[in-house]
Design a protein around this ligand. Structure first.
Ligand SMILES: Cc1cc2nc3c(=O)[nH]c(=O)nc-3n(C[C@H](O)[C@H](O)[C@H](O)COP(=O)(O)OP(=O)(O)OC[C@H]3O[C@@H](n4cnc5c(N)ncnc54)[C@H](O)[C@@H]3O)c2cc1C
Length: 296
């Protein structure tokens, strides 16, 4: 099989070196900060890290220059996100972690000019955070989004939303939620629509934080109850009933950027293991040397 050769992007690689140096020199030390909790970094820690990245000119590498980012292409993001991922706090510092990174991408692609002014501008500057609410407890939406149970019922202009979401990363303290709901207009099921909901809102309640194996995402993962939330046509992100299409716009590149960041984390894990293998002594030598192939 023949794979086309992709020329190295020297600018992106130089930027990745700067990011790696920034993470090693400024970010690693925060990993033991008390504000880096079992439910991820607190918002106060996130803001402090964003200020450090801003001062280095490294904030929001994926966001277009129009909104103050570095305007990197998807291919250019690969080495930069990998370098950021060397610490779980690196992507948080650069403001290119989930869910904000995917949400900014979706807003840039789909939001109206008014919605961009209202939600994207402050988000791109890291003055606020956002969350994305699609997943629901069983029997609701997960891998199969067609199971969506949250409903938005209305006449096409005004809607009332009810439902329950979980594993909603960053919901506590978010300034905006992209909310996916099955939409019924005059009794007809039109499929999923995404709504933009400013937070806090009395009708959107964070019920609890979900315990998880990871502790990498700002303010953790929440279970959220939505009760009689009123939304209007101007709160629709993009077009009515296009929620599944927009989910792909958001999730497809986001799955790849997850991989980019976690490759950086894997490199860190390997460095830690190698350092340990070089210094730990057993059977009269460093354990790294014990791993040399032996004859059985
Ligand atoms: C760290 C983290 C952060 C998240 N943040 C968010 C968020 O901010 N907002 C949000 O809306 N959601 C979020 N999620 C939820 C995520 O989108 C769901 O976990 C995912 O869609 C899977 O849904 P589920 O957990 O209900 O698993 P299920 O749908 O119950 O699937 C469970 C398992 O079944 C198997 N399976 C399912 N379908 C297939 C298939 N077609 N073929 C073969 N095997 C299959 C797979 O092993 C799958 O892992 C997050 C999840 C994680 C882990």
């Amino acid at each position: 099989m023949h794979f086309p050769r992709i020329p190295a992007d020297t600018d992106a690689i130089a930027l990745a070196s700067r990011v790696r140096a920034f993470v090693c020199d400024k970010v690693l030390t925060y990993e033991k900060d008390a504000r880096n909790t079992a439910h991820g970094p607190t918002d106060a820690l996130r803001r402090e890290l964003n200020a450090l990245a801003r001062a280095e000119g490294l904030l929001a590498p994926h966001v277009s220059r129009e909104y103050g980012g570095l305007g990197l292409s998807h291919a250019q993001r690969a080495p930069v996100f990998e370098a950021a991922g060397y610490s779980p706090l690196g992507p948080v510092a650069l403001h290119c972690a989930a869910p904000d990174k995917g949400n900014m991408h979706l807003l840039e692609q789909v939001a109206s000019p008014a919605q961009k002014r209202r939600f994207l501008e402050s988000l791109a500057r890291a003055d606020s955070r956002s969350c994305f609410a699609m997943t629901e407890p069983a029997p609701g939406a997960g891998s199969d989004p067609l199971l969506l149970q949250t409903t938005a019922v209305g006449d096409g202009r005004d809607f009332v939303v009810n439902g329950r979401k979980w594993v909603i990363t960053g919901a506590p303290g978010a300034a905006c939620m992209i909310l996916m709901a099955r939409t019924f207009v005059s009794g007809r099921d039109l499929g999923a629509t995404m709504f933009l909901v400013p937070l806090p809102n009395a009708d959107v309640r964070v019920e609890r934080l979900v315990d998880s194996m990871d502790s990498s995402f700002t303010e953790g993962h929440a279970e959220v109850v939505i009760q009689n939330l009123q939304v209007r046509a101007e709160d629709i992100l993009g077009e009515l009933a296009q929620g599944f299409r927009y989910a792909q716009v958001r999730l497809a590149p986001a799955r790849l950027t997850h991989c980019m960041r976690w490759i950086g984390a894997a490199a860190r894990a390997q460095d830690i293991a190698l350092a340990h293998a070089a210094t730990r002594q057993a059977f009269g030598k460093s354990i790294g040397r014990l791993l040399a192939p032996t004859r059985i």
